[in-house]
Design a protein around this ligand. Structure first.
Ligand SMILES: CC(C)(COP(=O)(O)OP(=O)(O)OC[C@H]1O[C@@H](n2cnc3c(N)ncnc32)[C@H](O)[C@@H]1OP(=O)(O)O)[C@@H](O)C(=O)NCCC(=O)NCCS
Length: 204
């Protein structure tokens, strides 16, 4: 069930833009007190393209190239969020990006911080804000996928209340651990009822 906060948002008929403006831009701590701001696809691609190889230096993904512009256009009509994290001088520190997977689920597709800005809880603060925002929009679940050896990313997700929900084998990215975060207690309770094991304490 949507939380009462969510119902408020639905009942007041706020648009996505209205709700976004309550959460972003967000002031970031550490490294020069920067800002996290939502941008359009072109701005995102241009900015992230400059630092992507520094965040993922040994990327071995097998890329796909869409054959149809029309399919790309259709896909882009789904709700998406692209967040740039910049330091106090406007230098790009990192990004978060995701999209609607279905009306209940937001899929966090990619995130990264330049090495010099990691472990300062800058990404964490922006991420918490994104989760609050997604909850206010009415999503009930957030999902992500990580290579099994990406311990940092999975620990980061676990610390933000995610559970492991499965594994996929994807020719583009290799093996991926699937993770999910529930906003509503009844959904988390159902997950625990089906998959929990009493001798272990429940997750946060
Ligand atoms: C994943 C990533 C965005 C996290 O950013 P970050 O700057 O390291 O995260 P933060 O400093 O905000 O850390 C937040 C929490 O994660 C934990 N964490 C981060 N790195 C960790 C590590 N290597 N081991 C254990 N915990 C770690 C921190 O302990 C912190 O928790 P705390 O606040 O309770 O101490 C960043 O590490 C990154 O860019 N990695 C490379 C790209 C990548 O793998 N992206 C994800 C692809 S799926």
């Amino acid at each position: 069930m949507p939380s009462s906060d969510t119902l408020d948002a639905i009942e007041t008929a706020e648009t996505i833009d209205d709700i976004r403006s309550r959460f972003f831009p967000v002031r970031l701590p550490g490294a020069g007190s920067g800002v996290g701001r939502c941008v359009d696809e072109v701005t995102f691609r241009e900015a992230v393209g400059q630092i992507y190889a520094s965040v993922f230096p040994d990327r071995d993904a097998y890329p796909y190239r869409p054959k149809s512009e029309e399919l790309v256009t259709q896909y882009r009509t789904l709700h998406q969020e692209r967040i740039l994290m910049e330091d106090g001088e406007g230098n790009l520190m990192g990004w978060l990006k995701g999209r609607m997977a279905d009306p209940d689920t937001f899929y966090l597709g990619t995130s990264g911080m330049l090495p010099e800005y990691r472990a300062q809880r800058v990404a964490a603060l922006c991420y918490v804000k994104l989760l609050e925002y997604l909850r206010a929009l009415g999503y009930e679940r957030v999902t992500s996928e990580h290579h099994p050896s990406n311990r940092t990313a999975m620990i980061f997700q676990l610390k933000h209340g995610f559970s492991i929900e499965g594994m996929s084998l994807d020719e583009r990215w290799g093996p991926m651990v699937k993770m999910v975060r529930f906003f509503d207690k009844d959904r988390q309770d159902e997950f625990d009822r089906r998959f929990g094991f009493e001798q272990y304490p429940k997750g946060v």
